[in-house]
Design a binder for this molecule. Structure first.
Ligand code: ATP
Ligand code: MG
Length: 163
């Protein structure tokens, strides 16, 4: 990973800006609650994480819905990013599988949105390569909330030999 100290509020805000035209077209409201936080991450990879989560939120939320993105400090020495939508939701039985490569909930309903089922597998891979983790909560016909917890500072990976 190409680590540097990144202004997370600016990174997330500028990523959201690129979705605004699409959001207007689909009549989706995007709300931002971003605290002023810097973190040591690979900025390009974390931007990809935000893009993939926002792409899903946009794709799986019907017109007139809303998407909320938050950035907060999370103890100890971590940051928490959430992406929440008022969309179609994910059934309980599928929740544990959505991070698998090529897995898509209910092929019939998602065919029209035409993805490949890789977006969340990539998100999980990037987050875990930062020594972070991802959580999801969802209710069918109500919406979905993804939370990403990342260390604020680069974690030195300990090598296999234990030296
Ligand atoms: P790709 O991202 O590769 O274009 P995809 O969006 O289908 O395709 P993922 O992003 O990995 O793949 O998501 C996997 C599945 O999880 C989706 O097909 C969809 O069924 C479900 N899903 C993901 N995000 C949401 C969401 N915000 N609301 C409802 N369902 C979701
Ligand atoms: Mg996707």
């Amino acid at each position: 990973l190409n680590y540097s100290t990144v202004d997370m509020r600016e990174l997330i805000h500028s990523t959201i800006e690129t979705f605004k035209p699409q959001a207007v077209k689909k009549q989706l409201n995007i709300v931002e609650e971003l605290d002023d936080i810097h973190a040591e991450v690979d900025g390009d990879r974390i931007r990809q994480v935000i893009i993939n989560l926002l792409t899903n939120a946009m794709a799986y939320t019907p017109a007139n819905g809303s998407i909320k993105v938050t950035l907060k400090a999370f103890k100890p020495e971590q940051i928490k990013i959430t992406v929440e939508d008022t969309g179609i939701g994910i059934p309980k039985k599928s929740l544990s599988r959505i991070f698998e490569r090529f897995y898509r909930v209910d092929k019939a309903r998602s065919r029209e949105s035409g993805g490949t089922g890789l977006g969340l597998a990539i998100v999980k891979h990037i987050v875990e390569s930062h020594e972070g983790y991802i959580q999801v909560e969802s209710e069918v016909q109500k919406g979905t909330k993804f939370a990403i917890i990342l260390p604020k500072y680069k974690k030195e990976k300990i090598d296999g030999n234990g030296i």
